[in-house]
Write a protein that binds this ligand. Structure first.
Ligand code: SF4
Ligand code: SF4
Length: 112
């Protein structure tokens, strides 16, 4: 029996949130976190890919065009259970929708 409870596992899906996909523990450059949330430091609105996000390329995914100069908010972001929910989806649009669904923000998107 450990003396302390285990540290919070960022890859455990929270209670009440059904996991639809295998959990992903590494960033696969799916582009969702560079597209779905609004990022004030980049003047990036919700649901719109960052202007620095490069188009998806086979085997590489969506890479940051200013990786060495990216702002602190991007440097601080770490993969978690949400990656397992969004990264396996086939298109960036689907990943963004799922990401925003998870956070209850998809209603804030402009109508397609
Ligand atoms: S959502 Fe997760 S897997 Fe996708 S780019 Fe961001 S950190 Fe990487
Ligand atoms: S600056 Fe780079 S890491 Fe940050 S949101 Fe844009 S593409 Fe993603």
């Amino acid at each position: 029996m450990p003396d302390h409870p285990p540290a919070h596992d960022l890859f455990t899906v929270p209670a009440g949130m059904p996991a639809r996909s295998a959990l992903t523990r590494d960033c696969t450059a799916c582009g969702a976190c560079c597209s779905a949330p609004d990022i004030a430091a980049l003047h990036k609105p919700l649901g719109v890919p960052c202007t620095h996000l490069q188009p998806e390329r086979p085997g590489l995914g969506c890479l940051c065009g200013i990786y060495e100069q990216r702002p602190q908010v991007c440097r601080s972001y770490a993969p978690d259970w949400v990656c397992g929910e969004v990264a396996p989806l086939p298109t960036l649009e689907q990943r963004v929708r799922r990401y925003l669904d998870i956070y209850g923000l998809s209603d804030a998107l402009p109508l397609a």
